[in-house]
Design a protein around this ligand. Sequence first.
Ligand code: G1P
Length: 271
Amino acid sequence: MIKQAIIPLAGLGTRLLPLTSVLPKELLPINGKPGLEYILDECIKCGIKEIIFIISKRKQSIKKYFYNDFFYKNLIKKRRGDKRLKFEYLKIKKYKKIIKFVYQDSPRGTGDAVLKCKNLIKSKHFLMLMPDDLIIKNNCSLSLIQLHNKYKSSVIASKKVNRDNVSRWGIFDFKKINKRDFLIKDVVEKPSIKSAPSNYAVIGRYILPQKIFNILQKQKPGNNGEIHITDAIRTLIKQKNKFIGHVFAGKYLDCGTMKGYINSSLYISRL
Ligand code: G1P
């Protein structure tokens, strides 16, 4: 049973400057609520009971967003009839109950962020969500959990991308199983157009095995001196661990770039 999720939130958000010089990108509003709340709702709706946030000292305001009880309580006392205020506070309290925080103080890559959760993960598999990647109209995490149960394997979300853009993503080499699922033969982090094994990209929803922590502990930095989760997955595949790729149904919104963020807000506001 997948009951725990982790969300790496320590990234600097440079692609969204100047907005992110003060505000964490995950708290930027998308049609009236922080992008992060969409991700939390996706987790809750697929039965996740504990969510681990990997933040940094610079991004303490993420913790404060969920721990501002004193502020809300005082305001509610003064404005007893304000139903919206109470509703919002109750929502925040519901999230707070299931969130834990760990810290990654230097941005050494997603693999390093994941490693910070080593002592908190209790079962053999866990869910990881990248907060830049919003998927709406279909609960992608739920589909991944169902496939994990079906194939008894790790699972990663995927999407066909434009061949010219492969160097923005992790890219799969695979063997098709059916219309939406494939067996992952290899995965390469941000390859050049020439060396890309396909144009099926890794999108930020993963069901990973607990044993990835042992791999990450020994892993040397890759591209840009960072510890990439993709490289650890690659090692696990080489060691004959089963990884399934799933071309999800739902609408993908890339909130990690300025253009994508603006378009995502517009798209959701028109729904
Ligand atoms: C990360 C992963 C990459 C994946 C992408 C999905 O990249 O390293 O493999 O394709 O998320 O959004 P980042 O967006 O951190 O550059």
